[in-house]
Design a protein around this ligand. Structure first.
Ligand code: F6P
Length: 635
């Protein structure tokens, strides 16, 4: 195990404070550190790392420094307009796998940049890290866990033994359970307590237990096959603990025909559990409080079977997931499988898994040149844009309305994964990691924030387009089909960003001189274009896996843990204190504690003064029960 010493001396730079051995640390001090050795904090990774490196920070390597020089001496001096003139370069900066075509010629890179990035990848032992991920090594070192979301889409005939278990066999045991249950619901064999078929599903979950399934649902909703198999069925997502979300989910549907799927890996997430209790009260109110109501109308996806059972859900209707599936990587587990199979049928979901499996095969084929590995190319470009060109954000624009929730899902996948500040060994990084991700379907985004993308901050963009529309539509007399109109923008925007418009070009158009400065668009704004045949369950799976792995590649190069999320803990802990205060103030009249700072105190006091009462027994309009502070319907 590699140990490192970390000096806490405040006058040193971050890079100086950390060093691989204590003697080096003393040498670095100018003047010598006056602190005794006890101020040197010893840092070690909590668990051994599957791939060891011969450097402390990747920024110390000669490969990193070569890229730094290349950025300042070459790339920062050349405009994309010039780079795009070189047709040989343009042809070299494209790659394709299983129908997914990636053109990255509008990135601010040359073939030399890519060569240097591949050299960095070799130095960072990217292939070994990908192999370690695949083999189920504990790459999530701070939680000492394997990261095996790719096993969730392995073929039934595959086998992968990790920590003594064949995880693929376990995956298919649960998928078979999902298939069996979803078919019984769809055929009307599993019915509600009043004997009606269950045609509505409310999936209760948040974060990774919501965003992935919601994105996939939207992507499939207008696929002609999936649209047909979902006929007469409705899928809703209840994620926000805002009671308005619960109202919106339930106001137009009948409880008799509704199945609630509680999705929570931990089964401890406060928002999800309150929403699950809210749904349970709704069912009790509408259908009575007999135990069959919960047994017939509520099921769960979780890795915590005891909590599921104590909630009252029939253990037969609990669908398992494992600690080696991270929440944001769980859409291919029962988390997505159950609601999507009930809605669309298991075959449609299986096709989604097959698409993801195809991209996994591309990612895991480390024997092939890195240029042919789409997630690696995209990941390296992400590292380049952020750490070497200094662009802190990235936008994803699917030119497909059905991918409207894809940017939100990728936002969690990427920002929760790579929003870190230390390496796997705990050293503070001295380079930028973790992009700010956002996006909207084209062309809506163009009429919203593209002004800034063209003239304000530089934000590298991913353009995602499809050759065929899910809904081909041509109006007589129109010059192009509706899909061509959409795609005209998909083709135009990357060039507008790359080339911009010079003052001379504006003048040549006869624009008034005083307007010229306002019209000039600088260009030189990087983007990449992904073109796929058609958005269907298979390509939805491909896109998912492509973006999941792209994030992992960046994390591997940056040497951070892309699979933990300790940062969300603090907010949860503080919310607990506030929740307790709200309970004490509302039900027992206690003043706001002076443990809160003056700002929070004032905000809380105003909030408590203004809030209207609640009526228990009605989940949407609670009124306090002065005695117990509890709902009479709670068990
Ligand atoms: O708070 C963040 C998080 O832990 C995510 O990583 C996760 O996707 C989400 O909460 C929901 O967690 P769970 O599935 O355990 O309810």
């Amino acid at each position: 195990m590699a140990w490192a010493f970390h000096c806490t001396h405040p006058t040193l730079s971050r890079a100086q404070r950390s060093s691989s051995v204590r003697s080096t640390c003393r040498r670095l001090h100018r003047p010598p550190c006056p602190r005794p050795f006890s101020s040197l904090r010893m840092i070690a990774p909590p668990h051994s790392l599957p791939v060891s490196l011969d450097y402390r920070l990747v920024s110390e390597t000669k490969e990193w420094q070569a890229l730094m020089r290349h950025a300042t001496e070459h790339i920062q001096r050349v405009h994309l307009r010039e780079l795009m003139r070189d047709e040989r370069r343009v042809q070299a900066l494209r790659t394709e796998y299983d129908g997914v075509y990636l053109d990255f010629s509008r990135q601010r890179v040359t073939e030399e940049t890519m060569r240097l990035l591949y050299a960095l990848a070799e130095r960072a032992r990217l292939r070994d890290k990908i192999d370690a991920l695949r083999a189920g090594k504990h790459v999530n070192s701070s939680e000492n866990r394997a990261v095996l979301h790719t096993a969730l889409r392995a073929a039934r005939s595959d086998s992968l033994v990790v920590d003594g278990h064949d995880v693929v066999r376990e995956v298919w045991r649960v998928l078979d359970h999902v298939r069996d249950f979803s078919e019984r619901v769809r055929r009307g064999e599993h019915r509600g307590v009043t004997g009606k078929p269950l045609k509505n599903v409310i999936a209760v979950g948040i974060g990774g237990s919501y965003l992935g399934p919601d994105f996939a649902h939207e992507a499939l909703r207008t696929d002609p096959v999936a649209n047909e198999t979902a006929r007469g069925r409705h899928l809703y997502f209840l994620s926000n603990v805002d009671p308005v979300d619960a109202k919106r989910c339930t106001q137009d549907i009948s409880a008799e025909e509704t199945l609630v799927v509680v999705v929570s890996k931990s089964f401890t997430t406060s928002e999800t559990l309150l929403n699950a209790r809210t749904m349970r009260e709704w069912l009790w109110r509408e259908l009575g409080t007999a135990p069959e109501v919960v047994r017939q109308h509520m099921v769960a996806c979780s890795s915590n079977p005891d909590m599921v059972a104590s909630f009252g859900i029939d253990p037969q209707n609990a669908f398992e997931l494992w600690d080696w599936v991270g929440g944001r990587y769980s859409v291919c587990s029962a988390v997505g499988a159950l609601p999507l199979s009930i809605q669309y049928g298991f075959e449609v979901f299986e096709s989604f898994l097959e698409g993801a499996r195809s991209m996994d095969a591309n990612f895991y084929d480390t024997s092939r040149p890195l240029l042919e590995n789409l997630p690696v190319v995209m990941g390296l470009l992400g590292v380049w844009n952020m750490s070497f060109l200094g662009y802190p954000a990235r936008a994803v624009h699917p030119y497909a309305e059905a991918l409207l929730k894809f940017p939100a899902h990728i936002q969690q996948v990427d920002m929760e994964s790579n929003g870190k500040h230390v390496t796997l060994r705990g050293d503070v990084v001295d380079y930028a990691v973790g992009e700010i991700d956002f996006g909207e379907p084209g062309t809506n985004g163009q009429h919203s924030f593209f002004q800034l993308l063209h003239m304000g901050q530089v934000v590298p963009c991913d353009f995602i387009g499809f050759i065929e529309s899910q809904n081909p539509l041509c109006l007589e007399g129109e010059p192009v089909s509706n899909a061509d109109e959409l795609m005209a923008n998909y083709f135009a925007q990357p060039d507008a960003l790359a080339y911009g418009k010079t003052a001379e070009e504006c003048r040549a158009e006869g624009r008034p001189e005083e307007l010229i400065p306002h019209l000039v668009t600088t260009g030189n704004r990087p983007s990449l274009s992904l073109l796929l045949p058609r958005l269907n369950p298979y390509t939805t799976g491909q896109l998912l896996a492509l973006y999941e792995h792209r994030t992992a590649v960046q994390g591997f190069i940056w040497d951070i843990n892309s699979f933990d999320q300790w940062g969300v803990e603090l907010g949860k802990t503080l919310a607990k204190r506030v929740r307790q205060q709200l309970n004490q103030s509302r039900y027992f009249g206690e003043a706001v504690s002076d443990h809160f700072n003056a700002s929070t105190r004032e905000l809380l006091e105003r909030y408590l003064r203004g809030q209207v009462g609640c009526a228990f027994n009605d989940p949407f309009d609670y009124q306090r029960d002065v005695g117990t502070g509890r709902s009479t319907l709670q068990p």
